[in-house]
Design a binder for this molecule. Structure first.
Ligand code: BES
Ligand code: MN
Ligand code: ZN
Length: 503
């Protein structure tokens, strides 16, 4: 999908020329004096009639298309609701723009203009409002059509013009656009990678994507092959990869935009299982195809470093992707096998389907070499996370209060919210093994917690946060700016965290 071109212009609704002009409206409000009233006069009172007759009430995500018949330069209007004015948040705006962009796409129109809303959510500025608008518009019109031989249903919406009333809004709105384009294109990239099936997106292909990005953005890259992993002693990652014909990869990317070049870095580690069959502890067939997206975490840390480079953020960032395919081949790990991790700790693999924590154990141990200022891992780690949190919250664990608070805030801003779970040592009882330092499953109860606690044994006393995105990773239905299927949720949270951290 080509990313929409977004521009900002000083202009008024009643004089703007556009194929479609999008106008937001709050439920129960009159027509906003400055913009809508003059437009309404030009339209002969049509807007007021639509609102008074309740044909358009302004409920959140309500959409109405109206042909202006030559009364104003804009050929059509798309009215979109924001709900009650007092309840408008960045998320409301993001969703409204997603709904509007979908309607524009249905109208088979290539570009549209949109009037900057006049409501400002508490504590925000035009930067955040514009960013949310761009995110909603780009992500709401997302399509994945690579494998369809018939022409896709309609063109991508190619352009969006944000109309501002006052020139002094230009700086903030333009900065918001810059950020919104960066977070949205990162999300699109992740959705694309997740949508590609595992016969295409193999570990080797992930490495190729990473190389392409590194080259294009001037990011340093190092890819460890199997031989080097053996030399280093990454027994956990190698163990997971054993059952597959696809060779594993260990990818390290470094972007350094810091003023002090030897600044302690932020390190992101993403679970990158290009397909999770479960291995010898084979998964049931139902919904197994979702496991092509078991590489979401890795795609997100890759997209995040690309976004940081494109935004030229003043920080040092390292992204690490342990990459493998989890298959039940003739040489596959078997329940009871013991692997030695990079950290030196041994693990009894009682269930080969708990592979994410194994590859992350080596990923996190490797990350420790950089003495991170902050270490964040992100993973589609446990089915238990789906059971506990449903579709709307990411599971968060961590060892550092300040880091958890920053991640929580950035998630709130991004509309990708986290919910903290306990990382209490009591649960380690469930991870004890009779024959090794620990086992890779925690038995009945607290599955999301024991997985996180397992990871914690590989991060020392580094400020660390673990995000379990198994809950939010796959949407069962289409939403305003989230498609059915892979959501890439977590991407904007990470990029937002990096932005907020470098402000
Ligand atoms: N990739 C899965 C977790 C998952 C499940 C992600 C559903 C998204 C949706 C992970 O590797 C896994 O299989 N976890 C096991 C762990 C268990 C064997 C302790 C699980 O949750 O069933
Ligand atoms: Mn698994
Ligand atoms: Zn998995």
């Amino acid at each position: 999908m080509k990313i929409m071109q977004v521009t900002v212009q000083v202009g008024r609704a009643e004089t703007a020329s556009a194929e479609v002009l999008v106008l937001t409206h709050c439920e129960g409000e009159g027509l906003a004096k400055q913009d809508a009233a003059l437009l309404d006069r030009a339209l002969g009172g049509a807007l007021r009639k639509l609102v008074q007759s309740k044909e358009f009430e302004g409920k959140a995500n309500e959409v109405l298309l109206y042909h202006t018949q030559g009364t104003v330069p804009a050929k059509r209007l798309v009215l979109v609701g924001l709900g009650k004015k007092s309840e408008v948040t960045l998320e409301t705006i993001r969703q409204a723009m997603g709904s509007a962009a979908k309607r524009v796409h249905q109208a088979k129109v290539e570009s549209f203009a949109v009037v900057l809303p006049t409501v400002m959510p508490a504590g925000m500025s035009w930067v955040e409002v514009a960013q949310a608008m761009v995110e909603g518009a780009i992500l709401g019109s997302y399509q994945f059509t690579v494998y369809r031989s018939e022409a896709a249903s309609g063109q991508d919406v190619a352009g969006m013009k944000i109309l501002i009333l006052q020139k002094d809004q230009l700086r903030q709105v333009s900065e918001g656009v810059r950020r919104g384009v960066a977070t949205a294109e990162a999300t699109v990239f992740v959705r694309d990678l997740c949508n590609h099936p595992s016969n295409i997106l193999t570990p080797t292909r992930v490495a190729k994507e990473a190389k392409t990005i590194a080259k294009a953005e001037g990011i340093t890259i190092k890819i460890l092959e199997q031989k080097e992993m053996e030399r280093l002693g990454m027994g956990a990652l190698l163990g997971v990869a054993r059952g597959s014909q696809e060779p594993p990869k260990f990818i390290i990317l470094e972007y350094n935009g810091a003023k002090k070049k030897d600044e302690r870095p932020v390190v992101l580690v993403g679970k990158t299982i290009t397909f999770d069959t479960g291995g010898i502890s084979l998964k049931p067939a139902e919904n197994m195809e979702h496991m092509k997206a078991d590489m979401t975490g890795g795609a997100e840390v890759l997209a995040s470093i690309r976004a940081a480079a494109r935004l030229k953020l003043p920080l040092r960032l390292i992204s690490i992707l342990p990459v493998a395919e989890n298959m039940p081949g003739g040489r596959a790990m078997k329940p009871g096998d013991i692997v030695k991790t990079l950290s030196g700790k041994t693990v009894e693999v009682q269930n080969t389907d708990a592979e994410g924590r194994l590859i992350l154990a080596d990923g996190l141990a490797y990350a420790m070499r950089y003495k991170p200022a902050a270490l964040i891992d992100i993973a589609t780690l446990t089915g238990a996370c789906v059971v506990a949190l449903g579709q709307f919250a990411i599971g968060m664990f961590g060892t550092d209060q300040a880091l958890k608070e920053q991640v929580r805030k950035s998630g709130q801003k991004a509309g990708e919210r986290v919910w903290e779970m306990p990382l209490w040592e009591e649960y380690f009882e469930q991870l004890k093994s009779d024959v090794a330092d620990m086992r890779n499953i925690g038995g009945r109860g607290g599955g999301m917690i024991t997985a996180a606690l397992f990871l914690s044994k590989f991060v020392g006393d580094c400020p660390w946060v673990h995000l379990d995105i198994a809950s939010t990773d796959w949407s069962e239905r289409e939403r305003a700016y989230i498609p059915k299927g892979p959501t890439a949720i977590g991407t904007r949270l990470l990029v937002q965290y990096l932005i907020d951290r470098s402000l």
